[in-house]
Design a protein around this ligand. Structure first.
Ligand SMILES: [Zn+2]
Length: 149
């Protein structure tokens, strides 16, 4: 088995396991290789990252874990954050408790793409992220919360 560092058209990085170089080429050409994070089939090989602490000539498989995209943070002040929340409130549709379901439908193109907000439990958010659906937590002031829930 060979481990390849792969990247998709959306700049996600992950590792793929293949029997051989030809195996990768074949699967890649048949669009069988897709990004585990977003399903993008525009996958290409990246230069191999050095494996730290691997002394042997054999490539160590023990250290091969899928690369997780890093969460982004910003050190914005309270005022800017409040303005961002206002922006989100003005530009998203409140779907309330149907949020995980709607987010999923949009992700899988079962409904027109649009910006939504709503409520979801920690578990639901984790499940969405597992499926490669990006959601962010919002600190919405109590007086701006929707009355539907
Ligand atoms: Zn991707």
């Amino acid at each position: 088995m060979i481990v390849f560092n792969l990247g998709c058209g959306n700049n996600h990085r992950f590792e793929g396991w293949f029997a051989s170089n030809e195996d990768f080429e074949r699967q890649s050409e048949s669009k069988l290789v897709t990004c585990p994070l977003c399903g993008n089939a525009n996958v290409s090989r990246l230069p191999h990252a050095p494996h730290i602490g691997s002394g042997s000539k054999e490539r160590s498989s023990a250290t091969a874990a899928p690369a997780q995209p890093k969460q982004q943070y910003a050190n914005v002040g309270k005022e800017l954050l409040a303005r961002m929340v206002e922006q989100v409130l003005e530009n998203t549709e409140d779907v309330g408790a149907a949020f995980p379901e709607e987010a999923r439908k949009i992700h899988y193109h079962e409904t027109p793409e649009r910006r939504i907000r709503g409520t979801a439990s920690r578990e639901e958010v984790d499940a969405l992220k597992d499926e490669g659906i990006e959601v962010v937590a919002l600190a919405i002031p109590a007086h701006r919360m929707s009355k539907t829930h």
